[in-house]
Design a binder for this molecule. Structure first.
Ligand code: DX5
Ligand code: ZN
Length: 222
């Protein structure tokens, strides 16, 4: 059975009951918690900032995976480190000094990720992949939960997995957008190991069963 990690995305949780929502997915077997930070500029939506991340930090032991969908994310790396992030990803399309931003994340003791939009090619990672711990491959255009999985991105995941193997670097592939029990087998077969799921976990009444359904979809088909 392939070892995968499931990261429920808080974006689909009930924001009026965040503590209970966190406890629910932690008890249900989540491996990580994915927190989506949006600035209304890089993406057309606004969500949470470091204050909410910090408040959530006190409520759970889950590792926090902060996905920064903000322009020039380097300016906020320190704030998210201080708020308790254990993983931070920055979008390559939004950061003019990518290696520097990744180094700041690592220097702060967190795992550093490069996030790429569906239309950004695998080749764009050539000069930065060595500087990261994971690549977050978006399988929807970022900004909203509940969007449809963009299937042609699967080929790109395979390509990135091959690049990682060829270079022998310890880099994980995370996927985000439209992941559920139907799409998880496709991305895992292509090389993804960290699966972000918003509506497929928090959007379901039984979060434990929802996460088990995703895990089982992978173990039976890979
Ligand atoms: C979208 C966010 C995702 C979102 C995924 O821009 O980055 O993390 O919460 O939601 P689903 O799993 O519903 O596509
Ligand atoms: Zn995300």
């Amino acid at each position: 059975m392939t070892r995968i990690q499931i990261a429920p995305s808080l974006l689909s949780a009930d924001f009026s009951r965040l503590a209970e929502e966190l406890h629910d997915v932690e008890a249900g077997g989540a491996d990580l918690l994915h927190l989506d930070v949006m600035d209304g500029h890089f993406v057309p939506n606004l969500t949470i900032g470091p204050a909410v991340v910090k408040a959530c930090r006190a409520q759970t032991k889950l590792l926090f995976d902060c996905h920064l969908m903000i322009a020039e994310p380097q300016r906020y790396v320190d704030a998210f480190l201080k708020a308790g992030a254990g993983m931070i990803s920055v979008h390559q399309e939004a950061e003019p000094h990518l290696q520097r931003a990744l180094q700041m994340i690592r220097d702060g003791g967190a795992r550093a990720g490069i996030a790429i939009n569906p239309a950004t090619p695998a080749e764009s990672l050539t000069t930065a992949i060595e500087f990261c711990d994971f690549v977050l491959v978006m399988t929807v255009n970022p900004g909203f939960g509940g969007q449809t999985f963009i299937e042609p991105v699967v080929g790109k995941i395979r390509h990135i997995a091959q690049m990682i193997r060829e270079r022998g670097v310890p880099v994980d592939i995370e996927v985000d957008g439209g992941i559920d029990a139907a799409t998880a087998p496709l991305v895992v077969a292509a090389g993804a190991r960290i699966l972000v799921a918003g509506s497929a976990v928090f959007g379901q009444p039984d979060r434990k069963a929802a996460m088990e359904a995703i895990r089982n979809s992978v173990s039976v088909r890979v």
